[in-house]
Design a protein around this ligand. Structure first.
Ligand code: P70
Length: 456
């Protein structure tokens, strides 16, 4: 079997450095055992996130020079609009500074207090913006998504029975839209099948409910459809993505993932009244509708990234690099979320550290231990990220207590993956020595970004 090689050669490099264990023990203490609070210069291989950490291509860097920085009507906006129309298929687009800018706008436009917003598992910023408008998120994902070991090919799927049960319970007029994330980040980067999208569309049409997407990693979702769904093996990813998005009325988009840029996002839609509302709101929160918090050069880079992201050789390598890391851990018997996701390998911290109760933050403890062991930075995706129930004030206790090893696009080689695998395997052998944490500082919202901990 011919080995996978990167479908690009390196044109510029950014040196990274290894530190000593004692240096890292000090650094993680100063960071309150929260990997978000580490300095990037103290991190060797940074797998915190694939958001905004991707390498741009020479064409994207070249496009920066073409940025039209006119305050209104910039050429670069029309380039972005044209790319969204051609590749995603939506009629209208409003740029935002990043994904949550678009989440903020659509939540303000479509959600009234007392509304319910069904979705395939929660995402932190998405749910926060829904709650800020007085909406209630309702999880309608299939049960398998909450089982890290369930090997379902499309774990991101909407459970149609759960969706219809919500409609029966609260009435369609209380449901402004269903939010279908492609892929499902918190479930482990899990895809939704085309067949499921068609079923959700039918239910939405029957009840007059809008179908919205969080399309942040939709290209990775398209690749899984190509690999796993009957009838798509011979279609280019570009065509599969277009068909996926054709079932939606609109989408929020964090360009910092699929679109291969370091900043940027957009809200795209087909209904003109929503465009109108978004243009009214965007001038308050982001800027003129033709720049939405972005420089002209950023819009050029996103437009170019949108064309590059659907290159079949690029996306095949991206998915296989993540799989390459995950398979090494599976071979070592290490519990990870299966199937291996599109953007990350998720360690099952509950199974990794059964001796640490969930309210001593096992995923947080494992991410901190990994950093001390090798300088690899990962992200907690468990009880700390799940936050507290706004009504009861109690922790939300998610079934998934995960540590996310998130692979930036076009940045690391497979040798870096080997270093990460070596460190995780070493921790697996020493797992009994890892201790739980207590939270010593807890912010009121999105606590995982800035909370601080101490070992128990
Ligand atoms: C499926 C999905 N939808 C929307 C957004 C928001 O987009 P943006 O506002 O960041 O551009 C994101 C951002 N995901 C990043 C960054 C992050 C954000 C919150 C908590 C932890 C990490 C991550 O997963 O690392 C996402 O994954």
């Amino acid at each position: 079997q011919r080995p996978w090689a990167e479908p690009y050669k390196i044109k510029a490099v950014e040196p990274i450095r290894m530190t000593t264990r004692e240096y890292r023990e000090q650094a993680i203490r100063e960071a309150g055992y929260n990997t978000f609070l580490l300095r990037s210069e103290d991190v060797y291989i940074d797998l915190l996130t694939d958001s905004g950490t991707n390498a741009m291509s020479d064409r994207q860097w070249g496009a920066l020079m073409m940025g039209d920085e006119a305050y209104a009507g910039a050429r670069s906006f029309f380039r972005l609009e044209e790319a969204v129309r051609e590749i995603y298929g939506f009629k209208y687009v409003v740029p935002t500074h990043q994904g949550r800018g678009a989440e903020h706008l659509i939540s303000r436009i479509l959600i009234k207090p007392g509304d319910y917003i069904p979705g395939n598992m929660y995402f932190t910023t998405t749910r926060t913006h829904q709650e800020l408008q007085g909406g209630t998120f309702v999880d309608v994902i299939i049960d398998e998504a909450h089982d890290p070991q369930a090997n379902h090919p499309f774990k991101g799927n909407v459970d149609i029975a759960k969706f219809e049960a919500l409609i029966d319970r609260v009435g369609a007029d209380k449901i402004p839209y269903i939010n279908v994330a492609l892929t499902v980040n918190m479930a482990g980067g899990q895809p939704v099948s085309m067949a499921n999208l068609r079923e959700v569309r039918k239910v939405c049409d029957r009840h007059g409910i809008r179908m919205w997407s969080d399309a942040t990693r939709a290209v990775e979702n398209a690749y899984f459809i190509k690999e796993r769904e009957e009838g798509y093996q011979d279609k280019p990813v570009r065509e599969i993505l277009k068909e996926m998005m054709s079932y939606f009325d609109g989408c929020t988009m964090s360009g910092k993932k699929d679109c291969l840029v370091n900043i940027g996002g957009f809200l795209a839609m087909n209904e003109e009244w929503i465009l109108q509302k978004a243009r009214e709101q965007v001038v308050i929160f982001e800027g003129m509708p033709t720049y939405g918090g972005l420089a002209g050069r950023d819009m050029e880079a996103i437009a170019q990234g949108i064309y590059e992201m659907v290159d079949d050789d690029y996306i095949a390598h991206r998915i296989h690099q993540v799989r390459y890391l995950g398979e090494q851990l599976l071979e070592a018997g290490i519990p990870i979320v299966q199937p291996i996701g599109g953007h990350a390998v998720f360690l099952d911290a509950r199974a990794f550290l059964p001796h640490i109760p969930q309210d001593q933050f096992p995923a947080q403890a494992l991410a901190a231990a990994l950093y001390v062991d090798s300088g690899v930075r990962a992200m907690e995706r468990g009880i700390v990220s799940a936050g507290r129930n706004p009504q009861t004030g109690e922790h939300n206790y998610p079934k998934l207590e995960l540590v996310r090893l998130t692979i930036p696009r076009r940045v690391y080689t497979d040798r870096h993956m080997d270093v990460v695998a070596y460190s995780v395997k070493h921790l697996w052998k020493e797992r009994d020595t890892i201790r739980g944490l207590r939270m010593v500082y807890e912010p009121p919202t999105l606590r995982f970004f800035t909370a601080r901990f101490e070992p128990i």
